[in-house]
Write a new protein. Structure first.
Length: 739
């Protein structure tokens, strides 16, 4: 570069820096400016020899990120300084300790969090990306600003991706749609969410993106005229009422137009509500609500509203802090138009998310906040056993989903994701309430646990100390919180059954004159083609492994075939998991089922990732070839899940020995006092037996009953029948095969 070019570049850098200070959302003191200047100097020096792919000096990137952090997200000096230095530790010799010495622990902590995130984002497949997303969210426990600065970093990278190779553009764009846009949405950063979605579409579906952009330009003049017509009518009425306000037209985002075209299978011209009007009014906090409804009245005096499309987020703000009235009215030429009504305070919160939310909340600083949401997040992260892709899918669903507002019996309002069930509501009250839920009443009426709630429902939870979750409950809930709590309890239950199984196995082996030791357990695990000793004890506990099979093992143990198993056990640790894995795959996870009902459907295994039994998989409904099964870490998974979410169905390999079956028992006997009570007690006390339905009657001293039970296998059913036969007065018990 020539001296003149260097001087020109330095002038441009200085101009950007001044702009950063000028556009800062928060008022900066002299000390704040000093802190930012120092961070700027460190970043300029650290990146002095670096250039971006486009050829410009690297320092322009951290300044641009700091500008987004300062103006669009509205964070203060600490976060601005960290944004300026977010790549310093990764790209240069400077360490986190150096930053702590030069600045303060808070700035150093933010830079360290940002460095950790950037180190795990390189060339990842879906499952690795999901796992690292989980790790990234863990940094929220330390400071939410790490994620906010990361969102600003991602936005600027998306805005400057033109010079990258195409496959990297697609990868980064789909990752943005998969993770970062939902996160911006959940943090109340609607502007950034919209920009990320639009840029994501630009690189994942460039032809469609460019087509929509050109059509928006073509119709701009006509739309401006249409918006002016409505604005002029509303201005006259608002001025007459003395309301202080501003009105602006807001085109719908390119991504949301594309989503609407896809969802409704319509062309661009057939999407009607391509823009909205926003009325932002001045008011004191005391009059805020009153003026909003006054404006509602003025709007609906001039244009007919659609009652079903009124959204009142002033009485019940979204959990992101968003407040507004959204009114959809029939405008001129028979077109629906959305009109958003917000006070200046509400508008600021909608634009800046949490930074503004906490500015207005007791004059709090940027250090405050997010407590409720962070607690829910920590709870979701606690469950380390969850598969990472499932975790991200659950988490995204809870991030992106629309909200419903429901009531407790005392009239307190609760916010839940759309699609939440009455069992989700029970877990949202407290995990102890959820675990012991026996039934739920919605609006006074008893409903199933998987009843889908609607806004305005009032829910009462009926609990019982004896109630425990079953594996079916996982299909009854949609929220990540409820799923994690249920999984934790089911795991504890498995361990408890395994402990009982261990005691039982000890007694059975003693009877067969076999020593209960580590070597025997290892041999049994291999003999029954299982994966761990816990699997072995659990199967003994539920009765899947019968005495006859143990006798076969005992006879094998004393003959030469057993040497074969011993050799397997003595192999080196690196080889052993392979052997067990093959056995375990071919013998345990032998059945592929789909959807929450675990249906058995026709399918083909996808050639792009060749899933085998036992892999984490999902089903994709193709247009011509039925259901194709892909691994969850398949290279095509991101694009399938980003672009065709509506065609994806849950799929999993299951151990057919773990399935539950229904059996109907016909019971007759002599009626006596307490017989019914004794019968239900015996059934309930049998481990792993659930009563699905029961009908009992007696006539002239003869007792007749029919009981439908859910059991895991025939052994458990035989044990139950034997126990019922022992009840005094029972004459005959038969299994009914046609019911």
């Amino acid at each position: 570069m020539t001296e003149a070019e260097i001087e020109q570049e330095n002038k441009a850098i200085a101009k950007e820096y001044k702009e950063l200070l000028r556009i800062s959302y928060q008022t900066l003191s002299d000390a704040d400016k000093k802190l930012i200047r120092k961070a700027f100097d460190v970043a300029v020096d650290a990146h002095k020899d670096q250039r971006r792919k486009s050829g410009e000096a690297y320092i322009f990137h951290p300044i641009a990120v700091a500008k987004i952090v300062a103006s669009e997200i509205g964070l203060g000096p600490t976060a601005i300084a960290a944004a300026l230095m977010h790549d310093v530790v990764e790209d240069t010799e400077i360490t986190v300790q150096d930053i702590e010495k030069m600045f303060n622990p808070k700035v150093a902590q933010l830079v360290e969090g940002l460095t950790k995130i950037s180190q795990v984002q390189k060339d990842l497949n879906v499952s690795m990306q999901a796992e690292n997303f989980r790790k990234m969210l863990l940094t929220l426990n330390d400071d939410v600003r790490v994620i906010l600065i990361k969102l600003a970093d991602r936005l600027h990278n998306m805005q400057t991706m033109d010079s990258m190779v195409e496959y990297k553009q697609t990868k980064i764009a789909s990752e943005t749609l998969y993770i970062y846009a939902p996160l911006a949405h959940r943090l109340g950063l609607y502007n950034i969410k919209t920009k990320l979605e639009d840029l994501g579409l630009k690189y994942t579906e460039p032809l469609i993106y460019n087509d929509i952009v050109s059509k928006i330009k073509e119709t701009k003049e006509e739309q401006d005229a249409y918006i002016k017509d409505i604005s002029d009518v509303l201005k006259a009425s608002l001025d007459a009422e003395g309301v202080e306000y501003t009105i602006k037209g807001r085109p719908k985002s390119i991504y949301s137009i594309r989503r609407k075209m896809k969802a409704q299978n319509v062309s661009y011209d057939e999407v009607y509500d391509k823009f909205a009007l926003r009325i932002v009014y001045k008011s004191t906090s005391h009059e805020e609500k009153f003026i909003a409804w006054k404006i509602y009245s003025i709007v609906t005096d001039n244009y007919r509203p659609s009652p079903s499309r009124l959204r009142d987020w002033i009485s019940s703000p979204k959990s992101t802090g968003y407040e507004a009235l959204h009114i959809t009215v029939m405008g001129p030429k028979g077109r629906w138009v959305e009109i958003q009504v917000r006070s200046e305070r509400m508008d600021e919160i909608a634009e800046k998310g949490y930074a503004a939310h906490y500015k207005y909340k007791n004059g709090a600083t940027e250090e405050s906040g997010l407590d409720t949401w962070l607690n829910l997040l920590k709870e979701a992260l606690e469950s380390q056993e969850t598969n990472a892709v499932d975790f991200v899918e659950d988490f995204k669903m809870n991030l992106y989903s629309k909200e419903i507002f429901v009531f407790t019996p005392k009239g307190e309002i609760k916010s839940l994701p759309k699609g939440a069930t009455s069992l989700d509501f029970a877990f949202s009250i407290h995990s102890a309430v959820g675990i012991h839920t026996r039934g739920t009443r919605v609006n006074g009426k008893l409903v199933p646990l998987n009843f889908e709630l609607k806004s305005g429902d009032q829910i009462e939870v009926i609990t019982s100390p004896n109630q425990k979750p079953t594996s079916h409950w996982l299909d009854y809930v949609t929220t990540a919180r409820a799923k994690n709590k249920i999984k934790n309890v089911l795991n504890e239950n498995t361990k408890k059954i395994a402990e009982e199984g261990k005691e039982l196995l000890t007694r059975k082996l003693r009877h067969l004159k076999i020593a209960f030791n580590e070597n025997t357990i290892n041999e049994l695990v291999v003999f029954f083609k299982l994966k761990t000793s816990l699997d072995l004890f659990y199967r003994i506990g539920i009765g899947t492994i019968e005495n006859q099979q143990l006798k076969e093992y005992a006879s094998l143990k004393s003959n030469s075939i057993m040497n074969f198993f011993k050799n397997k056990i003595k192999r080196t640790p690196s080889q052993q998991p392979d052997i067990i894995q093959k056995d375990e795959i071919s013998n345990n996870y032998d059945l592929l089922v789909f959807g929450s009902e675990q249906d058995k459907l026709d399918y083909k295994l996808s050639a792009c990732c060749n899933p085998i039994p036992g892999d984490e998989v999902f089903g994709f409904v193709t247009i011509n070839e039925g259901i194709k099964v892909h691994k969850k870490d398949c290279p095509n998974a991101i694009s399938l899940q980003s672009n065709y979410a509506y065609r994806i169905i849950q799929a999993k390999w299951i151990d057919s020995s773990q399935q539950e079956f229904k059996a109907v028992l016909d019971i007759t006997g002599m009626d006596s006092l307490g017989l019914t009570n004794e019968l239900t007690k015996v059934i309930s006390s049998n481990m792993n037996v659930n009563i699905q339905s029961i009908s009992l009657s007696s006539e002239a001293g003869i007792f007749h009953g029919q009981v439908a039970v859910i059991v895991r296998n025939n052994t458990i059913l035989k044990r139950l029948i034997d126990n019922i036969k022992k009840i005094d007065g029972i004459d005959k018990i038969t299994r009914v095969y046609k019911n």
